[in-house]
Design a protein. Structure first.
Length: 312
């Protein structure tokens, strides 16, 4: 088992991105916005929608700061609604179900400033992923991943009639430890649309020895069906995710260190939990741990069970 702890992607970290930040006009203090108008803030990479008409001079970033300030009792009236991250920054907003989209290719180059051991992507619709690491201009790592799942084809007839199934996630955990390197991730589909929900990179930690693959999962659906007094049904379709259970063996002498490290991920802190690097096994989850448990097995080893809920 491995755990990839994400590092924050900031303006300093993001060297380049092929997606322009031009979703809507930039907010301007000199413009009067009607109700329903959309603007973006390049400072916070946020899309806002106007809630009030005759909206002039009300900085949406300052308004959000006021709404978050516990010392301000009544920030009304509220002039702006937060819609979410701009198309470019959806790649790093912590919400893999909110997709960044572009034609043919999404390319980002990051300079993390520290050695990272892994990179992962979620919510992907693309034909191919390419990851390249350069240090001082020289290529030190390069991988290409075909994002088609061919395991659904079980016989000759299936080759012709089964629909093409795409892999929606990937993870690489063998990046060499270059602290000053730049990492380029490309999602490619020539002649079509590409979408990516999240790109994550950071150091990789192996808490212990896997137990027979060490992963189980179940689906969690946030949709619901409501039935009225006459038996009519109303279905509300919402996002779904995975609830994964990872099991690993750990020497008893490392239990306190394991507990300390897990506590640092409390409070819904996102990480990439990896039972296998092969995405076809559904043994990768970008989420937060709900609980972990150590059951002593012998004088030397313990069995650790970790329950992780995926983030939507």
């Amino acid at each position: 088992m491995k755990i990839l702890t994400p590092i924050a992607v900031t303006d300093a970290t993001l060297i380049s991105c092929s997606i322009p930040e031009t979703d809507f006009p930039r907010w301007s203090a000199q413009t009067t916005y009607p109700r329903g108008a959309f603007v973006i803030s390049p400072a916070t990479h946020t899309v806002y929608r106007a809630l009030q008409g005759d909206n002039t001079g009300h900085d949406p970033d300052l308004e959000q700061a006021a709404l978050a300030d516990p010392l301000i009792d009544d920030p009304d009236p509220v002039f702006w609604q937060v819609i979410g991250a701009t198309n470019r920054w959806r790649l790093f907003d912590g919400k893999p179900s909110v997709l960044a989209t572009a034609a043919e290719i999404i390319r980002v180059t990051l300079a993390p400033g520290v050695a990272v051991g892994g990179v992962a992507g979620f919510g992907i619709s693309a034909a191919e992923i390419r990851v390249t690491m350069t240090d001082a201009g020289a290529v030190v790592y390069r991988r290409a991943i075909a994002m088609q799942d061919e395991t659904v084809v079980s016989d000759g007839l299936g080759y012709y009639v089964e629909p093409i199934t795409e892999l929606s996630e990937f993870v690489l955990t063998d990046l060499p430890p270059y602290a000053a390197a730049q990492i380029t991730i490309e999602a490619i589909r020539r002649g079509g649309q590409v979408s990516v929900g999240q790109i994550v990179l950071g150091p990789v930690w192996s808490p212990g020895r896997p137990v027979i693959g060490g992963t189980g999962f179940q689906g969690v659906d946030f949709s619901y069906v409501k039935q009225d007094d006459y038996g009519d049904l109303t279905t509300v379709r919402r996002a779904a995710t995975r609830l994964s259970t990872f099991e690993t063996c750990l020497p008893n002498a490392r239990l306190l260190g394991f507990d300390t490290r897990m506590r640092s991920l409390r409070g819904g802190t996102a990480a990439v939990w990896i039972g296998s690097d092969d995405p076809r096994k559904a043994a990768i989850n970008y989420g937060f741990y709900r609980s972990y448990r150590a059951a002593y097995q012998t004088d030397a080893w313990s069995l650790i069970s970790i329950e992780v809920q995926g983030i939507v």
